[in-house]
Design a binder for this molecule. Structure first.
Ligand SMILES: [Zn+2]
Length: 378
């Protein structure tokens, strides 16, 4: 039975996958059943209690390059401010779908699943089309990072579209992220006799100060300059004791040209041996050259429905594309999906229904072209 993109997006919004805790497992059958009916082989990739992602492949044995449509099913919490609609109601008002995830990104996910199900019967027999539905994106892409490590689930993507909100424009990259926690320890003592203690807060402050001088490497022409921000600091229990423990966190946003591993080594050297740095999250930057033949081709195809497109567009936030990039350094990846990125994580989050429907058309165009083109060149 045919499911419309709006219906599916509404059902996904109605299935609470607020992360934390996530609980994506109970929601994955909503997409798994549609894809199975369309002929896909569906596998669930569990990575924790009720934490899971899904991989659907049309022809798992095919080793020719496939198109991969990807997105995440978890959302951030509704937030503290009251909503004017039920965040899990999927209400449509004035041509817009409301609810947590309408824009980021149950809308885009619904569009990708509907497009995959629609084009599946048209594809040349034996050709694989891959759909990835990740859990755990909002807390650092742990679902996609887990899934891509399994070769059978990763498949053989030759190009990928990550359906995050972009107002349906094809974006070629975003910064990476490296989140670090520094930890200093010492020995407590009475505040009147600091010489009897070993002040962990002072060690943490000194290390953090040195980290602020970290050489981040050159700016990227399109993604901009890499950045470092000191974001939290916790130490001490009371005003008259020397703190024996201190922690701080650093949020680094990285660009191609200096990889995260090199930055981590340099950061640890600056922090010094007394302040070990723990990696909280490590996501590669994502960049696909705008003159890559597939990117040029997609831009050309989409300039019909979308009108003339600028040469290069990028986005600020990170996406699951980072996990794909980590295992497939040469894979061309576009971030392209319905919804205004500014709506992501907002109270009263919404997405234009027209953009949802357009996204199905755009993914369909991209898929038909991928397999049509492959057939004629093979
Ligand atoms: Zn997202």
């Amino acid at each position: 039975m045919h499911t419309s993109v709006l219906e599916l997006a509404q059902r996904l919004i109605g299935c609470d996958t607020t992360n934390p805790p996530g609980g994506e497992g109970h929601c994955l059958p909503l997409v798994g059943e549609i894809l199975e009916r369309a002929g896909f082989t569906v596998r669930v990739d569990a990575y924790g209690p009720n934490r899971a992602s899904l991989c659907a492949r049309l022809a798992p044995g095919d080793d020719r390059p496939a198109l991969c449509l990807a997105g995440h099913i978890d959302t951030v919490p509704p937030g503290g401010a009251p909503w004017s609609v039920n965040p899990f109601g999927g209400e449509v008002r004035d041509g817009r779908l409301y609810g947590r995830g309408a824009c980021d990104m149950k809308g885009g996910l619904a569009a990708a699943v509907c497009a995959a199900a629609a084009v599946a019967p048209e594809l040349p027999r034996g050709r694989d089309l891959v759909v990835h539905v990740y859990g755990g994106e909002e807390t650092g892409c742990e679902g996609s990072a887990h899934l891509v490590r399994d070769a059978a689930l990763l498949g053989r993507p030759g190009a990928a579209v990550v359906a995050e909100p972009s107002n349906n424009r094809p974006l070629v990259g975003h910064k990476g992220a490296l989140w670090l926690k520094g930890r200093a320890t010492g020995r407590t003592a009475h505040g009147s006799m600091p010489e009897h203690g070993d002040n962990a807060l002072c060690k943490a402050l000194d290390a953090a100060q040195r980290l602020r001088t970290l050489e981040l490497g050159p700016a990227h022409a399109e993604l901009g300059a890499p950045t470092l921000a000191l974001t939290t600091l916790h130490a001490g229990m009371n005003v008259n004791s020397i703190p024996d423990a201190a922690e701080f966190t650093v949020d680094l946003r990285t660009v191609p040209g200096r990889d995260n591993a090199a930055l981590l080594r340099a950061a640890q050297a600056l922090a010094g041996p007394d302040v070990p740095l723990e990696v909280l999250m490590d996501l590669a930057p994502v960049w696909t050259a705008p003159d890559h033949p597939w990117v040029r081709r997609v831009r050309e195809l989409l300039s019909g429905p979308l009108g003339p497109l600028p040469e290069v567009e990028t986005v600020q936030f990170f996406t699951d594309a980072a996990s794909l990039r980590a295992v497939l350094p040469d894979l061309p990846i576009l971030v392209l999906g319905p919804g205004d990125p500014a709506q992501a994580h907002q109270t009263d989050e919404s997405c234009s229904v027209a953009q949802l429907e357009q996204a199905v058309d755009l993914y369909t165009i991209i898929a038909r072209d991928w397999y049509g083109r492959e057939e004629t060149s093979c």
